[in-house]
Ligand binder design. Sequence first.
Ligand SMILES: NC(=O)C1=CN([C@@H]2O[C@H](COP(=O)(O)OP(=O)(O)OC[C@H]3O[C@@H](n4cnc5c(N)ncnc54)[C@H](O)[C@@H]3O)[C@@H](O)[C@H]2O)[C@@H](O)CC1
Ligand SMILES: Nc1ncnc2c1ncn2[C@@H]1O[C@H](COP(=O)(O)OP(=O)(O)O)[C@@H](O)[C@H]1O
Ligand SMILES: [K+]
Length: 580
Amino acid sequence: MDWVKRYYILLGISNVYVIELWLFLCLSVYAFAKAYRKQPPESSKKVVFLQQRDRSDFLIYKRKNISMKIYSRAQIYEADKVTVEKEGIPSINLMERAGGYIYEWVNERLKGGQVPIKVFCGIGNNGGDGMVLARYLIENNYNVTTYVVNYNNKRVPDFLGAYDRLKSATKNWPIVINEGDELPAISPQDIVVDAIFGIGLNRVVQDWVKALFTAINNSNAYVLSIDIPSGMYMDMAPQEGDVIILPRFTLSFQAPKLPFFLPDTAPIMQAWDILDIGLDPEYLATTATDVELIGKQEVIQMYRSRPQFAHKGMFGHSLLIGGSYGKMGAIILASKAAMRAGSGMVTAYIPQIGVPILQTALPEVMTETDNFNGKVFEEIDFQTKANAIGIGPGMGTDSKTAKAMGDFLKTQKNPLVIDADAINIIAAIPELLADVPALSIFTPHFGELERLIGKWEDDFDRLEKTAKFAKKHDIAIVMKGAHTITTYDMKLYINDSGNPGLATAGSGDVLTGVITGLLAQGYHPMEAALMGVYFHGRAADIAINQYGIEGLIASDVTEFLGRAYMDLFAKPEQPPQEEG
Ligand SMILES: NC(=O)C1=CN([C@@H]2O[C@H](COP(=O)(O)OP(=O)(O)OC[C@H]3O[C@@H](n4cnc5c(N)ncnc54)[C@H](O)[C@@H]3O)[C@@H](O)[C@H]2O)[C@@H](O)CC1
Ligand SMILES: Nc1ncnc2c1ncn2[C@@H]1O[C@H](COP(=O)(O)OP(=O)(O)O)[C@@H](O)[C@H]1O
Ligand SMILES: [K+]
């Protein structure tokens, strides 16, 4: 430090002053550095938060190991009750826990950044979660404005508890918004926390609250919804004129909610994650739900590996019935997919006209035909001792074919896979349903489903009507689409794999082949249906790494089926590392 002393002595300042000044300088630099670290420039911190969204590609979130049960509202309330009883805690502690976890989630991403955060709280428990979050944010020096959206006067006790705790922790009290009040200005730079309605929403929202939702949606702010976007019902479809908050991200407690997977509401969910708030594990594990998610863990449990001395006779003979002039591709796709799914042998039953085409395209597959020489087949009569039969792809709905199918159904006792034109024929001649063997698997897309069961009003109505139809006829119905849902015995199984690359001609034919191939290998029909839908989607998820979503065609899905099987036991992928 000699050079400092000398400098100050030169300036005529005494030694004591030099040391004090030096200390003062050091402390100032330290304080500045600390303050700077705690409050980094707004813009850079905002970027860190937004990256979560930029990476919120649906595939990333689908890989997460989330609860595979989808609980009803009543079950979630019961889980709350059981948890507080077993832990011997007041229920507000559970709210504290939930709000605390949300705070940790936000803090991990914002790292103290001074982005303006506007927390909008309702007056129920969802609002209470928002209050707890707001308090933590304020206590940790975030830039927070809290609002109470006063949509009715029935403030629930835990909300009031959380409200009081916030008010006693800070002078930064919430602003109450009543009907008729001017709505707060929200800027695109804000982060909006939506804790207005949670799973308790059960009726249409008042107009002024809708206006607030609209203002939030139009603000272009980053919106984080707590538990479920406000305005979205947990167990019914949006009503005409409803407004739903459109979040960039939703943090949902403990388990996903059914509307996150349905076509009317799922597109609202740009990205979401599940926050484990420690609800009683025993209750969660032992409670049977009407809805389940099927992902890798479920399929692993169904999968049976092959013994070393296996031979083809052990893996069944699949028979695929279909094809017609101009539509031989469909039955070729289905037959090849059955082989790739692991069927020991595959035979295609096709009109004579298709034999050279099929035999050239698929040397592994055998063929049988009818005795007619038409563009469609006119009878279904075969020698193959099939372990599983799939019928429909490319078959057409010619009256001769329909007659042949009716006669064929009368001879069948084992579960069939019924797809495409076979469904259309049954839809046109409903009496045929009486001859469909129990536990047969129907695989309609929405068009075919409507022909089969009639019109529906919305997603929930469709699920109910389809489940009842399936129950009545003792069949399984695979409702194809994004998040294919299979129903049997009034239960719903939501598939967790697949991507919009599958929206391409022939991918449904491939699915028919996969399910038939699994059935032939001795899997129970429900296992074959659920595994088949999963593998089909997973193969497409892997294949798009090579072909891209637009480039994917149905044959690629078949090519990647083996990879989908291998992927069952592949090490889980590491989630992408946070930056910043
Ligand atoms: N186990 C969990 O998942 C936990 C959930 N908690 C929170 O609790 C929430 C559910 O809380 P609540 O049952 O209090 O419900 P909400 O906070 O979702 O709804 C608030 C209240 O508004 C009423 N309401 C419904 N529709 C309305 C409308 N259109 N207009 C005016 N009022 C309407 C309801 O009767 C309800 O009492 C969850 O979403 C979650 O945020 C946490 O606090 C603790 C644990
Ligand atoms: N957006 C999507 N996301 C995931 N899977 C999809 C999507 N669109 C279609 N699929 C899947 O692709 C398949 C399409 O079947 P289908 O409509 O019968 O096709 P095709 O009649 O051309 O064979 C179904 O398995 C369906 O679940
Ligand atoms: K909410």
